[in-house]
Write a protein that binds this ligand. Structure first.
Ligand code: CTP
Length: 401
């Protein structure tokens, strides 16, 4: 399973004609591995170093090389308008010069001119070329125009030379891509609290009362929201990794979940409560392990705090998104919870069937809004659903501002 950090992001990867073009293959793998949709545009010179077919195969979309002659009548504007980010790696001195003066003499330079997306350029060339005042002027001009230019690094260059000129490593370019996408993302400037996983309520130091939630949905939402610019705190009872840029707080019990979330509630813009928080917990868990010889224990349960309902009571301008796992009457039960907990949105999932719910790759979900409005999403992959929830969250935040 790939990461979802860039799911839903559309990236044009431009490749210039330098030996570092082979590294852009690795960059493409990192981008698609993080869930981005990538269209590749190679300059004529790039095709002398790497084959367009490599980029087609790895992106799953035909790599483009020509301004004219493709079956797309207007690729020069369509790609630029489509992109959330244009990343050019490697960018040669010649390509940067053309970008700096606004030439549009091939598909890649046309795409940049016809786009409002942020542009990231990873320079790569020989040391002499990089140090040439003309190159310095072009880099300065690109930066003035808002282009992010990653300077080349020092090290061995083509032909046995050593010096400044190597393209930044793909992982470095990738993290710059993440930064740019998050700053321009639909959740930029939002502070978001996400909860995930199933809580465990101790019976004794060894045993607990738990549930089947894996935390996968909450972790996917946290990662996607962070990639779209939100400042995300993930309060989780799951062992799954947190996405890049997500601040993680590990908890185990419903009480810890309540404490970690309610103390932060006043300072945040939105909450996504995807955690399966226990509704009941054992009264007075044993301090030492219960022994078999003492016979079957009688475990008395007491209610936990309903965190989301409490947030619904305290809410001022915060957007509240809840989750519900239902086995029957999903939409009707979901709408009732929206009313009862004063929510802006509730994601009601069908559970107890093979293709939806705990542990499944897909979910049958309904989005329930105030006023009994229900959106039937049908069967969706969990990452796709997480992206859609982030879309609706951005809409709700726009409405509440
Ligand atoms: N929730 C919560 N605190 C709890 C229990 C649940 O904040 N102690 C949150 C969950 O994170 C979820 C929502 O409430 O977002 C719905 O939880 P659910 O257990 O389905 O709803 P209940 O109101 O407990 O109803 P029931 O279990 O009877 O279906």
């Amino acid at each position: 399973m790939g990461s979802t950090a860039l799911a839903g992001h559309r990236v044009v990867l431009g490749v210039g004609g330098g030996i570092a073009a082979y590294k852009s293959v690795e960059l493409l793998r990192l981008l698609t591995g993080a869930g981005a949709e990538v269209e590749c545009v190679l300059t004529e010179a790039a095709c002398r170093f790497v084959a367009p077919l490599t980029f087609t195969a790895l992106s799953g979309r035909a790599a483009r090389t020509e301004l004219f002659g493709s079956d797309d009548p207007i690729p020069h504007t369509r790609l630029g308008q489509w992109a959330d980010l244009i990343v050019i790696a490697p960018a040669t001195a010649d390509l940067m010069a053309r970008l700096a003066v606004g030439l549009a003499d091939d598909l890649l330079t046309n795409t940049v001119l016809a786009s409002r997306a942020p542009v990231l350029v990873a320079a790569a060339m020989h040391t002499e070329m990089w140090e040439r005042p003309t190159t310095g002027r072009n880099v300065a001009r690109l930066r003035e125009d808002g282009v992010t230019v990653l300077d080349p690094e020092s090290g061995p260059l083509a032909g046995g030379d050593v010096g400044r000129g190597r393209m930044a490593e793909p992982a470095v370019i990738m993290s710059a891509c993440r930064g740019l996408l998050s700053r321009s993302g639909s959740l930029a400037g939002t502070s978001l609290l996400v909860t995930a996983g199933g809580t465990r309520e101790p019976i004794d130091p060894v045993r607990y009362v738990g549930n089947r939630s894996s935390g996968r949905m909450g972790h996917a939402i946290a990662a996607i929201a962070a990639a779209r610019g939100a400042d995300v705190t993930l309060v989780t009872a799951s062992p799954l990794p947190a996405g890049p840029g997500v601040a993680r707080i590990q908890v185990e019990t419903a009480a810890e979940m309540a404490d970690a979330t309610l103390t932060r509630f006043d300072d945040i813009d939105a909450v996504v409560m995807s955690a399966a928080i226990a509704d009941f917990r054992p009264v007075d868990p044993a301090g030492t392990k219960l022994k078999k010889e003492s016979g079957p224990p009688l475990i008395t349960l007491e209610p936990t705090v309903d965190v989301l309902a409490e947030m619904g009571r305290r809410k001022r301008a915060q957007v509240l998104v809840g989750f519900a796992a239902e086995t029957t009457d999903v939409a009707a039960n979901g709408s009732a919870k929206v009313r009862a907990k004063n929510l802006d949105l509730l994601v009601a999932n069908l559970v107890g069937v093979e293709d939806s719910g705990f542990g499944a790759e897909t979910n049958r979900a309904y989005l329930c809004y105030p006023g009994d409005r229900v959106e039937d999403l049908g069967l969706l992959g969990k990452d796709e659903l997480a992206g859609l929830i982030c879309d609706r969250l951005a809409d709700a935040l726009t409405g509440s501002r």
